[in-house]
Design a protein around this ligand. Structure first.
Ligand code: THU
Length: 160
């Protein structure tokens, strides 16, 4: 028997200005997407943006439904938007931001497990990992170098 250890790490930035220009653009698009959220049930806002290798940025935001399990997270909408428009182009960068009008979110948003799995598949699909930027209601930004920092030991198509 042997114990196998996995590690994950992230970078912390004090504010948007500390990011590279391209990262700022993608994060700004995610922030702008908060305006389009449809979240009448949770009243929890998530905006996201995915830049592809072509340099185009695709936005997304959470889309809720009275049949609760049908709600789709903002980051998945952004990734699927990119995938639907540029099916063969890898993702270069993903930004996700959340806002709670009823309770200030003091820490950067943490993507749900389902979204981590979808991020992982986008990396596998195009054989290219990508950094992920996370923000809440404060100025602090977390940067992860790739999806595997969020979801080590992930399930993927090689099992099938
Ligand atoms: N949500 C996201 O959009 N992304 C996440 O990573 C976590 C949760 C959405 C889903 C739902 O519309 C609302 O936030 C509350 O769970």
């Amino acid at each position: 028997m042997k114990k196998v250890k996995t590690e994950s790490s992230y970078y912390l930035f004090d504010n948007l200005n500390e990011l590279q220009k391209e990262e700022q653009l993608v994060m700004q698009k995610a922030i702008d997407m908060l305006q389009n959220v449809y979240a009448p049930y949770s009243n929890f806002f998530v905006g996201a943006a995915a830049m592809t290798n072509s340099g185009k940025i695709y936005g997304g935001c959470n889309q809720e439904n009275a049949s609760y399990p049908l709600c789709v997270c903002g980051e998945r909408v952004a990734l699927f938007n990119a995938g639907a428009n540029e099916p063969t182009t890898p993702i270069k960068l993903l930004a996700i931001v959340c806002h709670n009008p009823n309770k200030r979110v003091e820490k950067p948003v943490s993507p749900c497990g389902a979204c981590r799995q979808v991020i992982s598949e986008f990396e596998m699909r195009h054989d290219q990992s990508f950094p992920i930027l996370l923000k809440g209601d404060t100025e602090t930004i977390v940067k992860l170098e790739s999806g595997s920092e969020l979801l080590p030991f992930s399930f993927d198509g090689t099992y099938l």
